[in-house]
Design a protein around this ligand. Structure first.
Ligand code: ARG
Length: 654
């Protein structure tokens, strides 16, 4: 049941006699911000007034005359300049709630006409540090998949693992030169990560060294330009002053780059052992590139090693997913598409879309300076080529009509070019969207890093969350009025649920495009917009039933006692519960899980207010008591289902 949708349909119907694009005006029905104006409010009469050159109030009256909502609303009222206020009939609300009691889906409809959707998410680069950005992609992507699937969409989730990239050149080089065999035997992924970090640091050292003269030159040039401009500038001339400011910024930028390069170099030089290694491997940049090229060209040893590394890396990744309760329908890594890449390039060349530029094969997209490079000078295919092949596969083989990429917003240029090029290439039927998200920041306002900066670091992050949650669970249980209720195993199980739920919820409840600061205390707080708060609300309701000595099934099965919504807080909760489908369809339209967390937070708050004003267990009137228990049951199920659609668990007792 989606009351807003119902209203909009009725408005579209009524407006069809007034304008030729009724749907766009029907969209102007919204939930009211203030219950004083009813439950929903339409403001289309104002825009229509301008369009049709009439008084908005007059138009509002015309709309109401044609509107048939009397089955579920009180007579609409016109307010102020021409708002239409709508109040849902309380009997209707009560009846819908009663129907939902016996429905496992809580009255939420399935949309069988939705396009077939592929969701590309998580997609870490194996054997390379999996960072909190991948965790964010994982958590958001998983929530979207769960929600869309629940709404009846045909969804395929695909983990586009980076298992063929240049990191393997580094690992192969590291393996051949710096392997600690016993460490590798004990913990292959840990050792491979170490090798990756070592080699990438050495590569960075050498490439930075190489860039140093240029960076110094840049500072010099910027300084000279500034000096000259300063000497010539007239302090009264605004344009010249603006130019000076620009030149100062350029100089500051160049200085910053130089300083950071010097810092990187110093970091190696300050460790004599590392410096010695770096000096001994002066050709490392070229050599690691060659290792990658050899792997891609089918070199036997490198392919054997790749096949040896991969299972261990996948296993480590799987462990994280298992812990988080994440499942993928497909895990087709980048390597899967390798056999198709040459054809992709050929096809684009044949269509006249790709051409050579400075030795590389590129596609130029109008309005974009940066070309989309699909084959490098040395013949290597790129991240972009693989993504094109992936689109071909998803559209042709998986029959995708809608492809979502849940990826860091820093890759937005890549996706813009990718989508444009695919359209030029002929893949213009499928919808593609970059579901982008911001960076997770540390308290120092720099991108957050897990301690070790690798998969293991990510696991220790999860562990830390559970440890912190355990403190909360212990404290809370210890201070229960009739003494503790949970044994140690129970406490641990609940801590796991709170700890992991807290991390996920923190990722989900922010607007996904925003950066946010990773903050343990906020994340696990029992009050405020957190999973913990919602999980406790759920457990509290379960506790109400224990106190009442009634089973939830009994309450649900009752058909003789209608739900009553007499108190304002009762009615507000009832209306809120009936807005679940609206919240879920909003998530599905914008791919924003925070629209569901907002809804759940509002629901938990509506429940608090209800519980504060309306007695339940102690209510003497048996009919009202049962009606209220029904509301409790519906609230608990809404929270549980809502959290589960975000990949977050609940516990009956906490
Ligand atoms: N492996 C990439 C990264 O870690 C993300 C891949 C996203 N998916 C895609 N089809 N490009 O940055």
């Amino acid at each position: 049941m989606n009351i807003l949708k119902l209203l909009r349909e009725q408005f579209a119907e009524a407006l069809s006699e007034i304008v030729d694009d009724p749907a766009s005006y029907a969209k102007m029905v919204f939930p009211s911000q203030n219950p004083q104006f009813g439950d929903f409010q339409a403001n289309c009469a104002m825009s229509l007034g301008k369009k049709l050159g009439k008084q908005p109030r007059e138009i509002a009256a015309m709309i109401i005359e044609r509107l048939s909502v009397d089955g579920f609303c009180d007579p609409p009222e016109i307010a102020g300049p021409g708002f239409i206020n709508l109040k849902v009939k309380t009997d209707f609300l009560a009846q819908q709630l009663q129907n939902n009691l016996q429905d496992e889906r809580l009255g939420i409809a399935r949309d069988g006409r939705a396009p077939k959707t592929v969701i590309d998410f998580s997609s870490p680069n194996v054997a390379k540090p999996m960072h909190v950005g991948h965790l964010r992609s994982t958590v958001i992507g998983d929530a979207l998949a769960r929600i869309l699937k629940f709404l009846g969409h045909d969804v395929v989730t695909d983990n586009h693992v980076g298992d063929w990239g240049t990191q393997f050149g580094m690992i192969l080089y590291g393996y051949k030169h710096f392997l600690d065999e016993s460490a590798y035997r004990q913990n292959p992924v840990g050792e491979l990560s170490r090798l990756y970090r070592l080699v990438s640091q050495l590569c960075e050292y050498h490439s930075t060294l190489e860039q140093l003269p240029q960076l110094e030159q840049n500072v010099e040039t910027a300084q000279q330009a500034l000096n000259q401009a300063e000497a010539e500038a007239n302090p009264e001339d605004k344009k010249q002053q603006k130019n000076l400011k620009k030149l100062r910024n350029t100089l500051a930028g160049a200085q910053e780059k130089l300083a950071s390069a010097r810092k990187k170099i110093e970091a190696v030089r300050n460790q004599p052992e590392l410096h010695e290694i770096a000096t001994a491997h002066s050709q490392i940049v070229t050599l690691t590139r060659e290792e990658t090229a050899k792997l891609h060209a089918g070199d036997e040893e490198n392919n054997r090693l790749w096949n040896e590394f991969l299972p261990a890396c996948n296993e480590a990744m799987e462990a994280v997913y298992k812990r988080l309760g994440i499942h993928f329908d497909l895990t087709l890594g980048e390597s899967y598409y390798q056999p198709m890449l040459a054809d992709v390039v050929e096809g684009l060349k044949n269509k006249g879309l790709a051409s050579e530029s400075q030795g590389a094969i590129c596609v130029f997209v109008e309005g974009n300076e940066a070309p989309f490079i699909i084959q490098k000078k040395d013949g290597a295919f790129t991240y972009a080529t693989t993504d094109l092949a992936t689109i071909q596969y998803r559209v042709d083989e998986l029959k995708a009509e809608n492809i979502l990429y849940v990826v860091d917003k820093r890759q937005s240029e890549h996706f813009q070019l990718l989508f444009d090029v695919s359209k030029m290439w002929g893949y213009d039927q499928a919808r593609m969207q970059h579901v982008s998200f911001g960076t997770v920041m540390g308290k120092d306002n720099k991108p957050f890093k897990t301690r070790a900066g690798d998969t293991i670091g990510l696991e220790s992050l999860l562990d830390e969350s559970v440890t912190r949650a355990r403190q909360i669970v212990d404290e809370n249980d210890d201070k229960k009025p009739n003494g503790p209720e949970l044994d140690s195993r129970e406490r641990q199980r609940i801590s796991e649920i709170i700890g992991l739920g807290g991390i996920k919820y923190a990722d989900l409840h922010h607007n996904r495009e925003s950066d946010y600061v990773f903050d343990w205390d906020k994340m696990l707080s029992m009050t405020g917009d957190t999973a913990t708060y919602m999980q406790y609300a759920f457990a509290r309701i379960c506790g109400i039933f224990r106190k009442a000595g009634l089973s939830r099934e009994e309450v649900r099965a009752d058909e003789t006692t209608p739900i009553q919504l007499q108190h304002d807080a009762e009615r507000a909760l009832g209306l809120q519960l009936l807005r679940f489908e609206e919240a879920l369809t909003n998530v599905a339209q914008e791919y924003r899980p925070n629209l569901l967390t907002n809804y759940l937070f509002d629901t938990a708050n509506a429940f608090s207010s209800f519980y504060e004003h309306c007695s339940v267990v102690k209510e003497e009137d048996a009919k009202i008591r049962l009606s209220r228990l029904k509301l409790c049951d519906l609230t608990a199920r809404t929270i549980k289902l809502g959290l589960s659609l975000l990949g977050i668990e609940t516990s009956d007792r906490m």
